[in-house]
Design a binder for this molecule. Sequence first.
Ligand SMILES: [Zn+2]
Length: 138
Amino acid sequence: MSELTKVRQWGSEAETPKRAVLPAMLNGALGKCPHCGKGHIFQGYLGTRPACEECGEELYHHRADDLPAYLNIFITGHVVVGLMLMIMTMGDLPMWPMTFATAFVALAFAGLVMRPLKGATIGAQWALAMHGFGGHDD
Ligand SMILES: [Zn+2]
C-alpha cells in the first residue's frame, strides 16, 4: 500500500495511496478498520468511531448516509419475496401466519445485514478516498 498514484477526487487531483477496494469493503463488513483490519469501526450497533483505536485512521470522514439502508431494502426484499413464493408453492396456507412469519424474517434479516452493509460502504469510501479519506476536505 505504499504505491502513490494520482487520484481524481471530486474535481481536484491529489497524491493518495492506492488502496484495494474489495479487502477494505470486506474489513468494513466484518466491522474492522479498512486500513489496518485490526481496529473496530463501530461503537454500538451502527455508530462509528471517530478513529481506529489500533492505527489511528480517521473514520469520521465517512458519509454512508442512506446507501446501506437502500442496499438493505433491496437485498431483504428479494430474500423475503423469494421466501414467500417458496412458502406459497408448499400448499394452501392461511394468510395471517405467513404474513407474521415473513414480517419477522424480514425484520430479523434486515437487522442482521445492516451493520455489514454500513461497514462495507465505509470501507469502499475509504478505499476510493471519498469524503475526506484522501486527505482533502469534503
Ligand atoms: Zn485501523
